[in-house]
Design a protein around this ligand. Structure first.
Ligand code: PEP
Length: 253
């Protein structure tokens, strides 16, 4: 673990208006733990990014986006490029969240293009991979995850890979209140590191942060984060509540 940083990242999804973002910041900042045992990230809706950057400027919370486009500029009405995010002071961007794969035609190919677009401008991509319940029951979880990871990272140099975060998010655990057991989470995160080791070697594999996501909460966080290959969490629901988010940050210690 000393080779890589633990990262606790919130994913707000389509939640919180500007005023709710301000109220959240006011509540969170006074109770934010000071210790440096993990990096803390909040991925918020595009429109709240400039405010979030200002609100969290003088504290440890880095701001992330929830998506970006893979082209640098052009005729893509309604889209936002990685460079636009970078210029605002955004540090991270979630790529390939299962909700985007499910509802917005995100594919392994567009995920790969977006990973390159993010790295190109110096944003850290948080790449989401995960199996459905059917795929788990068919016994193809490891093959599927390896395939998704390989697709996402295709063409990424070892040097750039240090900036990539992988989030293992089993679809059946997202927003369902059903959590993977610590063993299940640990097993898949370990397999992801093995895939990276095969592609890039042991030294690089040791340095990559691999998160678990899927109904992580103050009750189950410590056990999940105690797994040797689980280097943090991507947190949906519980990141909307300042006290719960803080409890998860503390559980990473
Ligand atoms: C997510 O959407 O990344 C997620 C993990 O959501 P939740 O924590 O609500 O299951």
């Amino acid at each position: 673990r000393r080779y890589r940083k633990t990262i606790i990242a919130g994913n707000w999804k389509m939640n919180k208006t500007l005023s709710e973002t301000r109220a959240f910041a006011e509540e969170l900042k006074p109770i934010l733990p000071k210790g440096k045992w993990c990096d803390v990230v909040l991925c918020v809706p595009y429109v709240n990014i400039p405010a979030a950057i200002r609100l969290f400027k003088d504290c440890r919370v880095a701001i992330g986006a929830e998506n970006c486009h893979y082209e640098a500029t052009g005729a893509y009405t309604g889209e936002v490029s990685a460079e636009m995010l970078k210029e605002l002071g955004v540090k991270y961007v979630i790529i390939g969240h299962s909700e985007r794969r499910q509802y917005y035609n995100e594919t392994d190919l567009t995920v790969n293009k977006k990973v390159h677009a993010a790295l190109e401008v110096g944003l850290r991509p948080i790449v989401c991979v995960g199996e459905s319940l059917e795929q788990r029951e068919l016994g193809v979880t490891m093959e599927l995850i390896a395939y998704q990871v390989k697709c996402a990272l295709s063409g990424v140099s070892a040097d750039k890979l240090r900036h990539v975060v992988i989030a293992y998010e089993p679809l059946w655990a997202i927003g369902t209140g059903k959590t993977a057991t610590a063993e299940q989470a640990g097993e898949v995160c370990q397999a992801i590191r093995a895939v990276i080791r095969k592609l890039y070697g042991a030294r690089v594999a040791r340095s990559v942060t691999i998160q678990y996501g899927g109904s992580m909460n103050p009750k189950n966080a410590a056990e999940l984060l105690a797994q040797p290959d689980v280097d943090g969490g991507l947190i949906g629901g519980a990141s909307l509540k300042p006290e719960q988010f803080v409890e998860i940050i503390n559980a990473a210690n």
